[in-house]
Ligand binder design. Structure first.
Ligand code: HPA
Ligand code: ZN
Length: 346
């Protein structure tokens, strides 16, 4: 039922852009635009395999997750100094503020950088400086989530955790990303158990390319609080019922799913189905510089292609706040602003 009948369909694009929202699935290295890649390459005298911004952008034609990851890790090779990490995150945070993002929980991949000899302190301090600045200058609340690369070993993840512990107060949780197939959640049971003891929030990518079983094991073995992507849960009706009952949030990334061919076209995306099943689904950008748009573009293209109305928009924005790791007070304040916008909107 559309509980906002006073908002007609033709007003949806303006509503989606204007509504206050949170972003819970953004890889900061995936916000690195080709122009900034080239600027940083020049600043740091790093050579790139592509002669120009246009040639690099032309290579953004992906067939699956791995074909994207190969180019995404190559792009991140220009990041060397604390300022580089700050500048990348600051560029994203300014865009987020302009799109009415009030709160964002940002993934970063330290192993992509430590493998090239960059100290983890440079990575974390640079990103943290941008998040502190975002609160002061943009009024955007921003937190960091450290992700382990699942194509590497659990011992390497444990080493990365040890390296990160001097900066424990700078990040709120850990996640699991990179190549999903063949790297099931249970491979990281020990490191996630250790993170849980440390009081870190836990999330994991599961059910993007991997089977529903990976979602179950992320919940049962890793004890994660949210599932990143999770769209393949629909292949297992009992799992869908469980996710709804336990109110496990899914951070869905529609444009990413199309670019990486998880779904053929946007009208085939299952976001509407997930919402109809009562799941706490959210909309996110994943790697906006690579997948054709930031958060609002994800909302716009999804609503243009699927039979979704203003009540779905409200649910998605509200879910984004409720699924966040922010305080109850912050959530209530943000939801009040959301309610206000929907009251005013005509
Ligand atoms: N899946 C897995 N790893 C990733 C992704 C993704 O969508 N984006 C960046 N790293
Ligand atoms: Zn992701």
């Amino acid at each position: 039922m559309n509980t906002f009948p006073h908002i007609p369909r033709e007003r949806l694009p303006a509503l989606l852009a204007a509504m206050p929202k949170a972003e819970l699935h953004i890889h900061i290295e995936g916000s690195l635009e080709p122009e900034l890649i080239f600027a940083l390459a020049e600043r740091n005298r790093v050579s790139l395999a592509y002669p120009s911004v246009e040639a690099l952008r032309a290579a953004y034609a992906f067939t699956d997750l791995q074909s994207f990851l190969d180019i995404y890790y190559a792009g991140a090779s220009v990041l060397l100094t604390e300022d580089d990490f700050h500048d990348m995150a600051w560029a994203y945070l300014r865009k987020a503020a302009a799109e009415n993002v009030l709160h964002t929980e940002i993934f970063f991949d330290p192993q992509t950088h430590t493998a090239r000899g960059v100290d983890i302190g440079i990575v974390i301090r640079g990103l943290k400086r941008a998040t502190v600045r975002a609160r002061a200058e943009l009024g955007v609340s921003a937190e960091l989530i450290l992700c382990f690369l699942r194509h590497l070993s659990e011992d390497e993840a444990l080493q990365t955790l040890e390296q990160a512990l001097p900066y424990r107060e700078h990040f709120i949780g850990v996640g699991l990303d990179s190549s999903e197939r063949g790297h099931p959640p249970e491979k990281f049971a020990r490191v996630f158990a250790r993170c849980r003891e440390l009081g870190l929030h836990l999330v994991a990518h599961a059910g993007e390319e991997g089977p529903p079983e990976y979602i179950r094991n992320a919940l049962d073995v890793l004890k994660v609080e949210r599932i990143d992507h999770g769209v393949r849960c629909v292949e297992d009706p009992a799992l869908v019922r469980r996710l709804a009952q336990e109110r496990v949030p899914l951070t869905v990334c529609p444009l990413s799913n199309i670019k990486l061919r998880v779904f053929g076209e946007m009208h085939q995306h299952n976001l509407g189905e997930l919402l109809a099943a009562g799941l706490v689904a959210t909309v996110n950008s994943d790697d906006p510089a690579y997948f054709g748009g930031y958060l609002n573009q994800n909302y716009l293209e999804t609503f243009a292609a699927l039979p979704l109305d203003a009540s779905h928009a409200y649910t998605l924005a509200r879910n984004s706040f409720e699924a966040s790791f922010a305080s109850a007070e912050d959530k209530a304040r943000w939801i009040e602003r959301l309610d206000q916008l929907f009251d005013e909107f005509r």
